[in-house]
Design a protein around this ligand. Structure first.
Ligand code: ATP
Ligand code: MG
Length: 355
């Protein structure tokens, strides 16, 4: 009998519904051994205009109840709260469900339009884990601003730092089983901030529980340099919220842009999968959006569900979809942002054809 998973689906704004459609088509055809029941969750700018909330309680409740959450892109810079501030429903979901580990894989495969001049014998395949609930985002837009100074707080807790480091070491272990080096790097600024010395101590404590893995440290400024000069040199890294925010966009840039960058936000009890890019209002409705980041985010969901529910078949299916996307890239079967001739539907169909 096939197992059914309940998935909370946020179709979102702008190009969101366009990239979600081929992604759900792929999920619906990938296997007979399991299937998905989708729960539609309105949120974002359209929802705000419609019902006065960018994250209706019913949508948040459905997300909390689901086995996993699939989200395309929420928000539209043209739609703001009456006080002029931008809505950030993704961050609200992250905080509400305590999704502390932001997973940002960076892979460069043949055919990808990278701005780097990679040596032929090098492949880039690393994962950045961004702590996503505290750090320099602690004040959540409510920092103190006086006439002559402004102040924000960097806050790290032992509990969350331990959890995010532990998650990262487990991820490195899973990757080691697939042939990766099994190396975890703490990215911090322990030379200047006492808070990051605290972070490093916790990282080192957690590392002692994984003697089969290599653990080391790097300063965030140096890491920005190494991302560009030696991106093949890394396996898994873990860092604070703001550093992770910046480095993950740099990682997306290495992959030639946001259209290729998937992500996951993982907590103890919930997980959300979404592309790194936004709702791209400039190209919405034209049918030309690149669906690969969304499709690769769905792969991460299959992999996570497969590990959580001990269904190796799902983990294999995730790898199979990723291989199909790689093959499309190698063959130039891509959307215009990557130099190809396909539209969004066509790119989805190209992946499907290779499955
Ligand atoms: P947000 O603040 O919501 O993250 P953003 O300001 O970072 O949004 P995006 O919506 O991500 O902006 O768009 C940035 C640029 O990248 C735009 O020019 C957009 O058209 C392009 N872009 C983003 N996603 C895609 C995609 N899937 N396919 C093609 N182009 C994209
Ligand atoms: Mg952005």
């Amino acid at each position: 009998m096939s197992k059914t998973f309940e998935i909370a689906v946020f179709h979102g704004d702008g190009i969101g519904p366009e990239i979600m459609a081929p992604t759900l088509d792929i999920l619906n055809t990938i296997s007979d051994a399991y299937d998905f029941r989708y729960v539609e969750c309105p949120a974002g700018a359209a929802s705000y205009l419609d019902v006065g909330s960018d994250l209706p309680q019913a949508s948040l409740d459905a997300a909390r109840k689901a086995d996993a959450i699939l989200l395309s892109a929420l928000g539209d810079p043209a739609v703001r709260y009456p006080d002029g501030t931008e809505m950030t429903p993704q961050i609200d979901i992250r905080i509400a469900l305590d999704l502390y580990a932001g997973i940002r894989p960076v892979r460069i495969v043949p055919g990808m339009k990278t701005p780097l001049n990679l040596p032929d014998d090098k492949t880039v395949d690393f994962v950045l884990v961004r702590e996503s609930t505290e750090g320099l985002f602690h004040t959540q837009g409510k920092g103190r601003v006086e006439a002559d100074f402004a102040e924000e707080t960097l806050r790290l807790t032992r509990k969350t730092t331990t959890k995010v480091c532990d998650y990262t070491f487990r991820l490195a272990q899973d990757r080691k089983a697939l042939g990766h080096p099994g190396r975890v790097t703490s990215v911090d600024k322990a030379n200047v901030f006492r808070a990051f010395a605290f972070w490093r101590d916790i990282f080192d404590d957690v590392a002692r529980g994984y003697p089969d893995l290599t653990a080391d440290h790097a300063y965030v400024d140096a890491m920005a340099l190494w991302f560009v000069l030696k991106p093949w040199d890394w396996d898994v890294m873990v860092t604070e919220n703001m550093f992770g925010d910046i480095l993950s966009d740099l990682g997306a840039g290495l992959m030639g842009g946001l259209g290729m960058a998937p992500s996951a936000d993982i907590g103890d009890d919930h997980a959300l999968f979404q592309p790194c890019h936004g709702s791209a209002p400039d190209i919405a409705g034209k049918g030309i959006a690149n669906p690969f980041a969304m499709i690769l985010s769905a792969c991460m969901m299959l992999d996570w569900l497969g590990r959580r529910h001990d269904m190796p078949l799902m983990i294999d299916d995730a790898a199979r979809i990723q291989t199909a996307v790689d093959a499309c890239l190698a063959a130039g079967e891509t959307t215009g942002d990557l130099g190809g001739l396909l539209d969004c539907k066509g790119a989805g169909a190209a992946v499907m054809a290779r499955l």
